[in-house]
Design a binder for this molecule. Sequence first.
Ligand code: IVH
Length: 671
Amino acid sequence: MSQESERIAWLRDELNRHNHAYYVNNTPEISDREYDMMMKELEALEASHPELADPLSPTRRVGSDLTRGFAQVKHIRPMLSLGNTYSVPEVDDWVARCNDMLGNSGGLVSVPIVGEMKFDGTSISLTYENGRLVRAVTRGDGEKGDDVTDNVKTIRSIPLVLSPGDWPAEFEIRGEIVLPWKAFDRLNEERAFNEEPLFANPRNAAAGTLKTLNPAVVAKRGLDAYFYYLLSDSLPSDNHYDNMLKARQWGFKVSEAMTLLDSEQAVNDFINRWDKERRELPVATDGLVFKVNSLRQQLNLGFTTKSPRWAIAYKFAAERALTRLEYVSFEVGRMGVVTPVANLDPVLLSGTVVKRASLHNEDIVKSLDIHEHDMLYVEKGGEIIPKITGVDLDARQPGAEPVRFIKECPDCGSKLVRIAGEAAWQCPNKYGCRPQLIGRLEHFVGRHMMDIEGVGEENCMQLYDAGLVRNIADFYSLKAGDLENLPGMGPRTAQKIIDGIEASKNVPFERVLYALSIPSVGETVSRKVARAVKSLDRLMSMSAEELVAIDDVGPKIAEGIVEFFSIEFNRNIIDRLREAGVRTEIEVPVDTSASDKLAGKVIVVSGVFSQHSREEYKAMIEMNGGKNTGSISKKTSFVLAGENMGPSKLEKAKSIGVPIIGEDEFLDMIR
Ligand code: IVH
């Protein structure tokens, strides 16, 4: 073995070990920096030794940016579900039944039972051969599932290669892929920000993420996995509990809550304990699972058609509270949509005080048939956002009127209009209604848009009400002197805001487009449109028919764009933004104007760049006669690579001999 191959093997082992210490045991031994340094070294060595590539190297956890569908795989052993109950007496009956069927007449002593958490995620089956992960398959219909191996490889608590141990040459391990609460909250915050639909609970988020076609996206979301079932022709032990302890030794995350129970009483105590303590766990659980421990006894009990007789799930009831409706308020968003909100007598639910719950739209208010001052049921089960699930009709006050959806905007008094084909009502006074105007200022300054430091939700309202910023273009006429005298602001804060506004002039065109609050034009559509049209001038001159030719742009979005630019108010704002120096086109350096220097060249752009954005490089390639493509093949002339180019792309380019060039070299080429 060469020195390099020895070093590669050592780095892979060390990184695997530190991964396990960090993600499974929560006991990191080295700093993040040291870890990153080792990872970088391994990446570099692997890049210069493609012959030593290993798809299970720790460097592969990041996920390549190739996207593709999932192949279907038949399960070797079908994945059954569990019988379940919400009642403790039914769990007791199950314990008694198992004992009866197994001929145990030990009185209070039961056949050994294992109590476990029921993780609320999405189930997964992993197959290992000779200590290496070969396949990860979802439950699917129980007979066959989707092969999600590439996505599962990005989950850092799942071992890709097992350390030497007494694992069977072939085994399957089943568990639950979960999205921990923290990662779930972060993901939803981000989605709320981008006005993307929120995930109702971590289960949906985990399942949705696992089915994402791009492993690089999966890698970022922070999935985790707990394991609870080992299957093999040569298991290490004759009982479930010891098999799971072995799995833990081999590197799998097995819940610390797993407990051996030897009586009905112990089973009940386990339920009482975890009904409360589960709230402290970092991941969502929706119940407990009880399993007969001995594999021989499991075999004797056998299966019904759907589920094993040797196991049962006890499900926790969703937490529910009853509280009085104080009043329904109607709130106007940045696009004028009016949302009814139930304002409640504060009530404690799953550890937080609930005072408000969205009623979403008129149809929901009607279907719940809410009357003034009704007693409402509020639930927070797996759903993190409190939800009104019903009305206690017995507590309705005599003569109470039904809650009616308003007909006029609560702020500006305009007559509301119902959005065609939707349950939403909208205030049509787009350019004169205060909450809409302030909402658009807040959107404009946001992190994913112009990212103006020092301006947030509170001071947008302050600036609007002080008459200083009435529309987004007004930000660029602000002077430090205007701000200094506002309550709570001094010269330092004022200057910080002015600097933040100045810096926003460098924000790329695609984000400027998103910041404009064009109806239905979210972050992704803005990016695609900016990429396709390259400048605001061109976009403003396009018809709806031309716009629908752009990827992801449908007739509704196209008409929204055309209408937006047909309004003088918007055109004036755009003129002022342009004059202020905000970017209204994809930036292409002046000294690389159109040429045919790249004629006939097929180029792949990959990685993160420092001098221009990836989009700008793509535009430069086209302007100089070259062609952009997404994947590397023999036809590729070269790869324009930035930092962190995807390792699979790097490897592919090397293996078929496609040259890789950096940004300086590229800019020299077209200058
Ligand atoms: S055992 C044949 N144990 O719950 C028995 N399942 O409702 C296989 N689940 O499909 C399952 N935590 O996705 C088992 N500790 C646990 C579990 C668990 C969560 C899920 C699993 C299963 C579903 C059945």
